[in-house]
Structure formats: structure tokens, C-alpha cells
Ligand binder design. Structure first.
Ligand SMILES: [Zn+2]
Length: 66
């Protein structure tokens, strides 16, 4: 398991769920949930990127460090 996934795993499930279901989709112009997501590192914390569950567009969200 990578360090990135370890960091993601440390986030409580209810917070992860909140993050995954509150992503802005610029195509839908609405808050959507994300599918097929992956986690990457970023200066600000972690970046969760994936696909909009409604239209399939690429979406991303920064998960800031505490
Ligand atoms: Zn969308």
C-alpha cells in the first residue's frame, strides 16, 4: 500500500463519504458524487480525482490537511 493511500485511509469513513459525495462538476454545474476516484499527493494535502457519477466528466477535489 502506498503512502498516499495510507493517508487517505486515515480519514474517517464519514468524512470520506462526505468528500466523495460533495464534488463540484463544472459540466453539471452542480455538486455531485464521484466514481472511479484515485488519490494523489499535493502541496495542500491530497487530491481526489475521478469521474462525475452523473455525466462522467473528470472532477477533482483537494482534501486539505487538518
Ligand atoms: Zn457531471
Amino acid at each position: 500500500m502506498t503512502v498516499v493511500n495510507m493517508q487517505w485511509k486515515l480519514i474517517p469513513d464519514n468524512i470520506k463519504q462526505m468528500i466523495l459525495s460533495n464534488v463540484w462538476c463544472s459540466n453539471c454545474r452542480d455538486v455531485v458524487s464521484v466514481t472511479d476516484y484515485q488519490i494523489e499527493t499535493h502541496d495542500l494535502g491530497l487530491i481526489m480525482s475521478g469521474k462525475c457519477s452523473i455525466c462522467g466528466s473528470d472532477v477533482a477535489r483537494v482534501v486539505e490537511k487538518e
